[in-house]
Design a binder for this molecule. Structure first.
Ligand code: PLP
Length: 377
């Protein structure tokens, strides 16, 4: 049920409730796991779809001081929300944009020698020794200085460090969600080698998964994202995080059907008994993925009306799903009643396992037309 009904406008058909107390709880839990290392917050992609401004303010209230965004546009929103925050931009340095980073006091994560040279030249020209992260590639081959550039920087280009301050030396793990993958230790060893040849700086390697891999992955700062929002960081392990997102949608209509009646596109589902079927106001345009459709003839994920489970049946359409409410008291499964399709009971991980995707994708695709409300501020 929705706790804070007053925050929901009467025309809302679907609502995402974001529990900021749970978010702060997750940050505190991760902060404990990483011991004396600093726990930053990764808030790229609109804070994994949940609202950059609100999520940032809540994390600051919980004690988080350092943030990682993907884009300059995101960085500006965060700078506005929290004037004192430390903000790293994972995209790195866009060509010719140094003044923009400097103007908003942003720290680019410099991923190539060319970016480092450009930043150092800007610092030299303006006479300000500005901060930045240096992002080294330890094997993922996505962003980060390749080995020969690290080597070059360490030997012939050390002078660049006189112009800018390396506030962080970072790298990123490719397989941190698989604790037994030997690539984790291999990347950590490579990172340690890089640390010995470059000037001393605070170091950071771990995302959410890496934070759970043990203290040798924590270094000076950890960068969790998905775990803050309640998603699973390690595959095949219990998820210790609290749920943060609840997705509820209203019943628009209830049908009473006999046995053997089809429901939805393709008539993939047929009632097995006399049934009441509710049509609910969320679909793939709201981020309830079409891949969550029950396999032909079988129910899909389970939503809830109060404590009553209501399986999703038939195909997910753009704006609508259908759920079986036969076992719910009639006075609870009425037009206008709310059905919880994602929350503490049917989790992000439950849904994404069924849909063959990951929590990151589900969260970042939650529809913009779904009203977001925040509780526990
Ligand atoms: C996205 C990202 C993170 C956070 O990853 P999670 O798996 O969500 O914890 C950390 N570091 C970098 C470089 C990233 O791109």
């Amino acid at each position: 049920m929705i706790h804070d009904r007053h925050a929901i406008s009467p025309d809302a058909r679907a609502v995402l409730t974001i529990n900021l107390a749970a978010l702060r709880g997750n940050w505190s839990a991760l902060n404990k796991v990483c011991g004396s290392a600093e726990c930053a917050g990764v808030i790229k992609a609109n804070a994994y779809g949940l609202g950059l401004h609100q999520i940032t303010e809540a994390l600051v209230a919980g004690g988080c001081r350092t943030f990682f965004v993907a884009t300059l546009g995101e960085a500006r929103i965060v700078r506005e929300a929290v004037p004192g925050a430390v903000i790293y931009v994972l995209d790195g340095l866009l060509p010719g944009a140094s003044h923009y980073y400097a103007g908003f006091d942003l720290r680019p994560c410099l991923s190539s020698l060319a970016e480092i040279q450009e930043w150092a030249a800007y610092c030299d020209a303006t006479g300000r020794r500005l901060r930045a992260a240096v992002h080294a590639d330890t094997g993922m081959h996505r962003l980060g200085l390749p080995p020969h550039e690290v080597e070059h920087l360490a030997t012939s280009e050390r002078g660049l460090f006189e112009h800018f301050e390396m506030a962080l030396l970072m790298s990123h793990l490719a397989c941190a969600d698989e604790p037994d993958n030997p690539m984790n230790a291999a990347q950590r060893r490579r990172f340690d080698e890089i640390r010995t040849v470059l000037p001393t700086a605070p170091a950071s390697l771990a995302n959410s998964g890496g934070t759970f891999l043990g203290p040798e992955y924590h270094y000076d700062l950890v960068r969790p994202g998905i775990a803050l929002y309640g998603g699973r960081a390690l595959e095949g392990r219990d998820n210790p995080m609290q749920w943060v997102v609840r997705f509820q949608a209203r019943i628009l209509q209830v049908h009473s059907l006999g046995a053997g009646e089809p429901v939805g596109y393709g008539a993939t589902y047929r009632t097995e008994r006399p049934s009441r079927i509710a049509t609910v106001a969320c679909g793939y345009a709201d981020g309830f993925l079409r891949a969550l459709s029950g396999p032909s003839g079988k129910p899909g994920p389970v939503g809830f009306i109060g404590d009553y489970p209501v399986p999703v049946i038939g195909r997910v359409s753009m704006d609508l799903i259908t759920v079986d409410v036969t076992d719910v008291p009639e006075n609870m499964a009425l037009r206008g009643a709310w059905v919880e399709v994602l929350g503490a009971r049917t989790t992000i991980d439950d849904l994404t396992d069924r849909a063959g995707t990951i929590g990151y994708e589900l969260l970042t695709r939650l529809g913009q037309r779904v009203q977001r409300t925040y509780e526990g501020a």
